[in-house]
Ligand binder design. Sequence first.
Ligand code: F6P
Length: 358
Amino acid sequence: MKIGMLTSGGDCQGLNSALRGVAKTLYHELGDKATLYGIRDGYRGLIEGDYHEMQPDDFSDILTVGGTILGTSRQPFKEMQKAAEDSEETKLDKMLETCKKAEFDVLVILGGNGTHKTANLLSEHGVNVVTLPKTIDNDLWGTDLTFGFQSAVDIATTVIDSIHSTAFSHSRVFIVEVMGHKAGWLTLYAGISSGADVIVIPEIPYSAEKIAEAIESRAEHGKRFSIIAVAEGAISREEAEMSKKEFKAQRAAMSYPSVSYRLAAELQAITGQEIRVTIPGHYQRGGAPCPADRLLTTRFGVAAAELVRKKKFGYMVGLQNGGIVPVKLADVAGKLKTVPPDGEIVRTARALGLSMGD
Ligand code: F6P
């Protein structure tokens, strides 16, 4: 069986441990009946026919290694049915050609939302595909957890913990901007885990006045510092009312590098207090996977290899209610899993007296 593997989209912790889980299981169960190929830089390698045969040793000693041994790139889904560079063929045509030429029996694809749309497109065009859910954003539909998320929560939590102590010493107000794209999972989990005082997520549009009230109320109760965890995708109440077009224009005209700096200026104007901003950025995606992600990726890897072995194609492996289950690709593609604004985790934060910025 010829198995092509690729990692696509933004990297995260656990990609290598997931690849290892798939490969080890296939070599263990199929022996020399399995030949694995590494496709370079995600769909770029599939488009350009950039792949190479891998050996069992390639998957040794990578359980704890960050990033991806295969490399990755972002290849927007909306470009897939457009002509490839210097060619009349589309990127999709090129990928189908590579699959045919390489005689891949199946592609094992590790990625997030955009990656899954393309994986589904390939599947609709007759390619056998099995996928694994990767992203620190945890915003993939059909799985309770994506891998990378728990490691990123660990890092974002550690960052906020460190900011906590310096904010306390200097009696300062800090905003820590957390990644997560258009979903607030990472900010919510890290915010609660680090004891942030205000948590601002895209799913709950914020009011600068309400956040200022929360800071001032803390000060009145003798708390001279505050920590505000802000998701990079946070939006104000006014922005929530705008059309997509108006919102885009508003953000394009924004003179701040990110929403956190704008919020800091707003809060500064209301409270008269200096507001500091810290952005850990890609630090949240780097380094070794945490043990929980090592376990999750190993479970996902073994389950994906089982689907390959049983020739059950067109599925993503997902975590649901504690168990690993196959989820139809067509059901996953194009759907975003966002934080339910009145769900249990948000209610937990509110029960503690935390402000959600609304
Ligand atoms: O999807 C993962 C993620 O880290 C998001 O949280 C973030 O918005 C985005 O990728 C950053 O992308 P890039 O690395 O391409 O700048």
